[in-house]
Design a protein around this ligand. Structure first.
Ligand SMILES: Nc1ncnc2c1ncn2[C@@H]1O[C@H](COP(=O)(O)OP(=O)(O)OP(=O)(O)O)[C@@H](O)[C@H]1O
Ligand SMILES: [Mg+2]
Length: 346
């Protein structure tokens, strides 16, 4: 009997299609495209129906059909193939978890320039030094920076199994980035959302990552196509949020946290970058103001994994493609806390 109430109009469209992918075609059969747009991630069935000016009777019929398709019964409309869209992906089936990859971790912020890519790179370096097998998927398709940081040269080649081999850094970190496919590093990638989403999915599915303890996914700022694709189409085990003490940065980061929570992602930790500057004499200056770490910890219910200093030497190494030469106790501690939080055994 409980089955008659499997789907009700107050349920979020995203949740319904995630649990019952077969409902996507019914939504579309009823002319409701919300499964293919970002709205579906937060809107209820009733809300979607209202937006599309459904009468109460039409909404009731939609809900009836959604329940019918879940039970394998006949529906009043013919199921219709969903269009390619932004936000909730077509099949709603996340790319299958690659059995060789133990954990997929996305590094996000919402705010630009707070050090997501740098934290991704140095976290990878520190994890590698601790004996972990690490890969980095550069999810910033239009503004990639990972390949430059690691100084990887050349183009990825076809792998023995017909996929793509990632490039490997001097220290043994596997890297895949859009820049590797461009003739010149400065060549722009002028792509719209669906192409960006498809590139990210391919970087996960078509790349032969081999056996990895961690695949770190560096994301661009904002809460649009790339983060949505990663959170909804890749089997992400956890998200690390990067912020800086600046008030504005924290405000924008909160948007990102809200998005992750709406999409039911798991935030495994918060990193506060550019927390302070330390003089050679050991004096600390909080250049961007007092830490907002505790506030972010409150919001996310996740631990503050590290507070990282500003270090101009680091910027120089990154620009020169020599990030792996950097050593800092703060980053070793970040990796240590990260491993302990995710509890992968060495
Ligand atoms: N702690 C730090 N000390 C010194 N330089 C830093 C630090 N963190 C970041 N930077 C520098 O600041 C710049 C921005 O960092 P990064 O590219 O990692 O930010 P991002 O959040 O990934 O930016 P985007 O939003 O554009 O992707 C880079 O030049 C980087 O080297
Ligand atoms: Mg970046």
């Amino acid at each position: 009997m409980a089955d008659t109430l499997t789907i009700t109009s107050d349920m979020i469209i995203h949740d319904v299609v995630t649990r019952h992918p077969e409902t996507v075609k019914i939504f579309h059969g009823h002319g409701l495209p919300c499964t293919a747009c970002a709205v579906g991630a937060r809107e209820s069935i009733a809300g979607g129906a209202r937006t599309h000016r459904f009468t109460p009777e039409k909404q009731a019929l939609l809900v009836k059909d959604l329940n019918a398709v879940v039970r394998g019964e006949t529906t009043s409309v013919a199921p219709k193939k969903a269009p390619v869209g932004r936000g909730v992906p077509l099949s709603m089936a996340p790319a299958g978890k690659d059995g060789n990859i133990k954990q997929v971790i996305a590094i996000m912020s919402g705010k630009g320039g707070v050090g997501k890519s740098l934290v991704t790179g140095l976290l990878a370096v520190s994890l590698r030094r601790q004996g972990m097998r690490v890969g980095i998927l550069d999810g910033d398709i239009t503004g990639p920076s990972i390949a430059r940081m690691f100084g990887t040269k050349g183009q990825p080649m076809k792998s023995a199994s017909g996929g793509i081999d990632p490039l490997t850094s001097l220290g043994g970190i596997k890297v895949m980035s859009m820049n590797m496919f461009l003739e010149e590093e400065s060549q722009p990638v002028v792509w719209r959302g669906p192409m960006i989403s498809s590139a990210i999915k391919q970087f996960y599915s078509d790349v032969d990552w081999g056996r990895l303890d961690y695949l770190l996914v560096d994301l661009p700022p904002g809460t649009s196509d790339a983060p949505m694709t990663v959170l909804q189409s890749l089997p992400v085990d956890g998200i690390v949020i990067v912020s800086s003490p600046q008030l504005l940065a924290t405000m924008v980061v909160k948007k990102c946290i809200n998005m992750v929570q709406q999409l039911k992602g798991i935030i495994v930790g918060v990193v506060e970058n550019m927390s302070y500057f330390e003089t050679p004499g050991g004096e600390r200056y909080e250049i961007f103001g007092a830490s907002n770490g505790p506030e972010l910890v409150d919001m996310t219910n996740a631990p503050l994994l590290a507070q990282l200093p500003i270090d101009s030497g680091l910027t120089t190494l990154c620009d020169a493609g020599r990030i792996e030469e950097y050593h800092s106790a703060a980053y070793e501690m970040l990796a240590e806390n990260f491993i302990n939080t995710l509890k992968i055994k060495r």
